[in-house]
Design a protein around this ligand. Structure first.
Ligand SMILES: [Mg+2]
Length: 284
């Protein structure tokens, strides 16, 4: 029988899906930009200004975590706004971004996501479950370590490679942390490596596009936080892609905390990953 701290003992997927339904309802009650731009007046533990919709989405997820705890699950939550919250054990970490892509959510742009990862230890390599719901296209991305990744219940093909144009460039890459000043400084590297670029505005969603081989590669131009990437990096790897947190010699050694430590890059092939590694402004 599974121990109470075993991630398999808790219904993580069910809790995520119930959260999605409740967050969708919460946003449906606040359809206009005027309602969605309202801030709480504070900054989350991750450092960004907190929107009321961020806080309300986090409340939804924590209600589900409370229910799992009441059912016997023991874990530590690491969430964008509330920070580290003790639910009785440090053996299992639950890494939460209630809304990845808050700017898209507040402006009514289509890609923003709930991201939830469950880990058996303190680094990206220790993530055993990843869930990303992209609310715009209503896509559900799920992976369990060693069991593959799924999009809307259909297994993602791990054999998919990359597409290159005749001059050897990756056909489409995703760029995150797309501050125009940083894009400008990466522009030469982008011109070398990519035929076209896309900037979705949500790291988790951008990683998931690599999982489905819609993007040949992606890169965050600056350091990302674990809450943005923990779930989707497992989804990419279980879907046959490659991920690296380039500030670390061991590419999956980035810790599951609230600090921005490293850019994240992902690709379908080793060659694509080498190309993506030229994009972030790192080290600085
Ligand atoms: Mg967020």
């Amino acid at each position: 029988m599974a121990a109470a701290s075993d991630p398999d003992a808790a219904d993580w997927l069910g809790a995520c899906r119930r959260s999605v339904t409740a967050i969708r309802g919460m946003l449906g009650d606040r359809p206009t930009i005027a309602e969605r731009v309202r801030e709480t007046g504070t900054r989350g533990e991750g450092g960004d200004r907190t929107l009321l919709i961020d806080e309300a989405a986090e409340d939804v997820v924590f209600a589900e975590l409370d229910a799992l705890y009441a059912g016997g699950a023991r874990f530590t939550a690491v969430s964008e706004e509330r920070g580290v919250v003790d639910f009785g054990s440090t053996d299992v970490q639950v890494i939460i971004d209630p809304i990845d892509g808050s700017t898209n959510a507040k402006r009514g742009l289509p890609h923003y996501a709930l991201s939830v990862a469950v880990a058996h230890g303190g680094t990206m390599a220790d993530v055993v479950f990843g869930f990303v719901q992209d609310f715009g296209p209503r896509e559900e991305w799920v992976a369990w370590r060693g069991r593959g990744a799924q999009l809307d219940g259909i297994r993602l093909d791990p054999s998919l490679g990359e597409r290159r144009t005749r001059d050897g460039k990756l056909e489409v890459i995703g760029v995150e942390s797309a501050d125009p000043r940083w894009v400008m400084r990466s522009a030469d590297a982008m011109a070398e490596t990519a035929h076209r670029m896309r900037a979705i505005g949500a790291i988790a969603v951008s990683l998931c596009q690599v999982a489905a081989a819609r993007f040949d590669a992606m890169a965050s131009l600056r350091r990302c936080r674990a809450v943005d990437a923990a779930a989707a990096q497992l989804i990419v790897r279980e879907a046959g892609g490659l991920v690296s947190f380039i500030a670390y010699d061991d590419p999956l050694a980035a810790p599951l905390d609230l600090e921005p430590h490293s850019p994240v890059i992902a690709a379908r092939t080793e060659e694509g990953l080498v190309a993506a590694a030229t994009l972030p402004l790192w080290p600085e």
